[in-house]
Design a protein around this ligand. Sequence first.
Ligand code: MG
Length: 334
Amino acid sequence: MKIKAIHHAAVPLPSKIRNAVIDFSQMTFSLVVVESDIVQDGKPLYGFGFNSNGRYAQPGLIDERCIPRLISAEPHELTDAETGTIDPVRCGDVMMKNEKPGGHGERPVAIGTIDMALWDLVSKADGQPLYQHLARRFHVDEPNPEIYCYAAGGYYYPGKGLEQLREEIEGYLALGYRDVKMKIGGASLAEDITRIEAVLDVLGGDGSRLAVDANGRFDLPTALEYGKAMQSYGLMWYEEAGDPLDYQLQAALSANCSLPMATGENLFSMTDTRNLVRYAGMNPSRDYIQVDPALSYGLPEYLRMLDAISAYGWQPDRCIPHGGHQFTLHIAAA
Ligand code: MG
């Protein structure tokens, strides 16, 4: 099995929705297609990947560093020696040739996007759904195809009032979702509390079915003020209150707010994630880690993260990967 070519495009994702920090009107994403030399049913076998949600397309990194390294590698550097199949873990090592550690920037987004496409390719070549392919590859006895999911919405939108917010949440429940998440921090505290109460009303007052997400907007006093105002609702979790790399802020908030905490979608490496569990006061029996494999070097780095944080008492079921895409669905199942 060989990689014949890797195609990619930067695709616009124009949308007027916004969270507390960004709007999505200029957002783009990278779409990657890995073309193999395998022919199935008369057609070449392709693997597809995209760079998840919330980070921009990475055409430069993909074009200038990732693709040339993969295409110029010797076949044995990219394949499993026993089966001759493309090995995405080895491909990840090749893409990281001549890269210094740390300073991750958005390099993990470029590599994670190609990693997604490679896993898609190898599971198709294997004739298995990805989660079954992964379970066998990584020696998981019993993959669990029943995955916890929630509906992430509740964005701000021009002209969107409480009635539209309510209708949106009712729509998720009608689709079969039990739990939902909404954005906070893009309005005043008083207005956000009104929005939260409107959603809780739709959920029958059950705060354990509602998570809130500030997208890293708050300084510590604001994070604490929101925490105090929301504490009595018994919410499912309070996500990314402050800057995702401000572990001291997170630790102070964790110590002064009883709500479960959630963060991680803007951590892109094993080391960052290990620092989070070391220094941010996160509680492995209460809180959640939400790294997105497609944004953070792909599955090999995600496995390194799970391994590193297990030493601090974190189980994989406290990790709810960000992104809402099929790749994380299959990883969680495996
Ligand atoms: Mg979030």
